[in-house]
Design a protein. Structure first.
Length: 121
């Protein structure tokens, strides 16, 4: 066991470095290292989208609150319900969870006398 040498065989299919595909992959790797290949769609400086992004960044940096989405209608039923819930949460009067079941105790003698017939009059 001590004198044995481990022989490792190359796994997989051999690569022909002179093939068209390997030459093309090598060219792409060289261009990527040189910084000539970039990912994604290039941006156009001075376009309307770029101007909009610059305006947005200046507002963020100056501390202006940006409006996002459609504004809510404070007169709608949902907005009124949400405002009411928020007010009750703030005051501490909002009850959480399911309401407790109301238990009506019926005397045992009355249980035997009650019948489940419905009489139409």
């Amino acid at each position: 066991m001590k004198n044995q040498k481990n022989k490792t065989a190359q796994l997989g299919r051999p690569v022909n470095m002179n093939s068209v595909r390997q030459i093309r992959l090598a060219e792409i790797a060289a261009k990527r290292e040189a910084g000539l290949i970039k990912r994604g769609r290039p941006s156009v400086p001075g376009s309307a989208n770029q101007m909009k992004q610059m305006d947005r960044m200046t507002k963020i940096l100056s501390g202006v609150e940006l409006k996002r989405g459609r504004p809510t209608n404070p007169e709608s039923a949902r907005a009124k319900r949400m405002a009411d819930l928020e007010a009750r949460r703030a005051s501490g009067t909002l009850k959480l969870g399911r309401p407790k079941m109301i238990v009506v105790k019926v005397p045992t003698k009355a249980k035997a006398k009650v019948k489940s017939k419905v009489v139409a009059e």
